[in-house]
Design a protein around this ligand. Structure first.
Ligand code: FE
Length: 181
């Protein structure tokens, strides 16, 4: 099945599931993609923002898995799956979007406090704020800037009742970023 059809199938199958904060997985993805577009991101980064949590849709664990104290490492699952079809300009910001939260929690005053309760809980499971050596290593990542930008849209994309674009809105952008169909 072509990549775009697989992406649609994943959202059709599990996109209605709760993201955990009053919005569905699909709403969260659409909002993140829309905010990336609004902020003039490259097509690859818009695609990354739209697809950053696809790892949540690929596994078969229950949606309240964080409450059970388990980190599903959805950023690794998602970026590994996406790497079949996309280059690092899409997959790397996805892979690093959890690390970006740990980074910002370490370096930016006030960042932790504005996180949602679910995000605070998952941060703990993901290892908590980075230490000093980890922040330096993270800043050296080739897609450091993109990962931090994606993280901001991730925080923002939790607006209950937000009327974003439809599910097909990102088709052209996603298709343009494919390395193989
Ligand atoms: Fe997210």
């Amino acid at each position: 099945m072509p990549a775009l059809e697989l992406i649609h199938a994943a959202f059709a199958r599990r996109g209605h599931e709760g993201y955990g904060e009053g919005v569905s997985q699909l709403d969260h993805a659409l909002q993140c993609g829309a905010f990336a577009e609004r902020d003039g991101a490259t097509p690859a980064l818009v695609a990354a923002a739209f697809l950053h949590d696809i790892g949540h849709l690929l596994h078969d664990l229950p949606q309240d898995v964080a409450d059970s104290g388990l980190d599903t490492q959805h950023e690794s699952t998602g970026s590994a799956w996406l790497s079949q079809y996309f280059g690092p300009e899409v997959t790397e910001p996805v892979r690093l979007h959890v690390a970006a939260k740990r980074y910002l929690a370490a370096v930016e005053p006030g960042y932790f406090d504005q996180l949602s309760d679910a995000s605070k809980l998952s941060l703990k499971l993901q290892g908590g704020p980075m230490g000093g050596a980890q922040t330096k290593a993270f800043e050296a990542e080739p897609f450091f800037t993109e990962a931090v930008r994606l993280r901001r849209w991730d925080e923002e994309g939790k607006i209950v009742g937000y009327q974003g674009p439809g599910a097909a809105h990102f088709d052209a952008t996603v298709r343009a970023c494919l390395k193989v169909d």
